[in-house]
Design a protein around this ligand. Structure first.
Ligand SMILES: *Cc1c(COP(=O)(O)O)cnc(C)c1O
Length: 381
């Protein structure tokens, strides 16, 4: 059976984890945590970063930093993972769902204006499959209405937005006021199964982010010698991972270019081999707009309808390949459907019914990808 996903080991993880243990300092914010954070800040120009125990945690920190009042509204795509919405719901906000674009599952910037009200405070674009949302359009709407932008960049490590106006590439996660990454085992790089990163790009949130992370204390300032004692100064929780997880992540960061090169080779093999079937109209291939780059997080197909997708998944399973569908629309979920305002979100529902993801992970062989493509070709002939 070819799995859908398999976490990759670079070979140095155990070594660094052993080093962390031998150093006698295992709790968070030690040498490896600081090294990882500095790496993200240097490589991607993020203003300030804090490792977290998950992408969900990083989103929860973002939501806390937005300082929402009951009744404040947050715009989230309906085609996303539960955590994108849940992080803001926990803060007492009302979640207002946006539809996806016709061309890809990302939030449709053109539908935002119609759902913004005087209570709207935040827009949360999710870079689905690591492919950038239309960030110029989203930032323009946000600036016009004085809204915060929190990028859910959980899938978007090492991916960029190319501004069509200024000829420049911005790393995803560096554009909004705040951003969240995930290092769950299903993502391109992992911190040992679970992990995440909060990115603070707007200076106004830097001090408070550190306090929330340090369980509501100003301990970080104390350790830097900026205050002569530390205590309870704000809200907070335990968001920081242990050094063991940071050490695992460090081994992956050292190898990120190799990981990305391999994933892109697999991704491009899928693209090349499945293009003829896409041209025959059997399905559509992943869409990467001119303003986006590809970080090879995911290879998906969009089938014409639910029945077609069910048929393909069943056929692949019978032939030893695990292909899986993805999100169900959050606006019609058991938990939220009664709170949703009743607007139809047809593109989101279409992706919920028709999108299927093919196996993609570092240790998958090019030959296995070719085999999967051959199977799909057989299915359609
Ligand atoms: C993976 C993911 C998350 C959650 O990240 P965890 O690290 O699993 O908590 C949130 N949003 C999106 C879009 C994701 O893909």
């Amino acid at each position: 059976m070819i799995n859908f996903n398999q976490p990759h080991l670079t070979g140095k993880e155990a070594h660094y984890m052993y080093e962390a243990v031998s150093a006698g300092k295992l709790s968070g914010n030690g040498r490896f945590t600081k090294a990882c954070q500095a790496w993200f800040e240097n490589r991607y120009g993020f203003r300030k970063t804090l490792l977290t125990t998950s992408g969900t945690d990083a989103l929860e920190m973002c939501a806390m930093l937005c300082n929402l009042k009951p009744g404040d509204e947050v715009i989230v795509p309906s085609y996303t993972f539960v955590s994108t919405a849940l992080a803001f719901l926990r803060e007492g906000a009302k979640v207002v769902f946006a539809d996806s674009m016709k061309r890809n599952p990302n939030m449709d910037a053109e539908t935002l204006e119609a759902i913004i009200t005087p209570r709207t405070k935040v827009i949360v674009p999710v870079h689905y499959a690591g492919v950038a949302c239309d960030m110029n359009a989203i930032m323009e709407v946000a600036n016009r209405h004085n809204l915060l932008v929190v990028e859910d960049a959980a899938q978007a490590i090492d991916s960029y937005y190319r501004s069509p106006i200024i000829n420049q590439q911005s790393p995803l996660g560096s554009i909004g006021h705040l951003a969240a990454f995930s290092f769950h085992e299903t993502k391109n790089i992992t911190a040992g199964g679970e992990g995440g990163l909060l990115v603070v790009n707007d200076e106004r949130y830097m001090r408070r982010a550190e306090i929330l992370w340090e369980k509501g204390t100003n301990r970080a300032e104390f350790f830097r010698g900026e205050v002569n004692k530390y205590g309870w100064v704000d809200m907070g929780s335990s968001f920081l991972p242990s050094e063991v997880n940071a050490a695992f992540l460090w081994a992956q960061l050292e190898n990120i270019d190799d990981i990305q090169t391999k994933r892109k080779a697999l991704w491009n093999t899928y693209l090349e081999r499945l293009l003829p079937l896409a041209e025959q109209g059997k399905f559509t291939l992943p869409d990467i707009p001119d303003y986006a780059t590809n970080n090879a997080h995911m290879f998906y197909l969009v089938l014409p309808d639910l029945e077609a997708r069910t048929g393909l998944i069943k056929f692949l399973k019978e032939n030893g390949v695990c292909a899986v569908f993805h999100y169900l629309s959050l606006h019609s979920s058991e938990y939220y459907k009664h709170k949703h305002d009743g607007r139809e979100l047809p593109q989101c529902d279409r992706y919920a019914d028709c999108l299927v993801r093919l196996p993609l992970f570092y240790d998958l062989g090019i030959d296995e990808v070719k085999h999967i493509c051959d199977l799909i070709s057989t299915y359609y002939h």
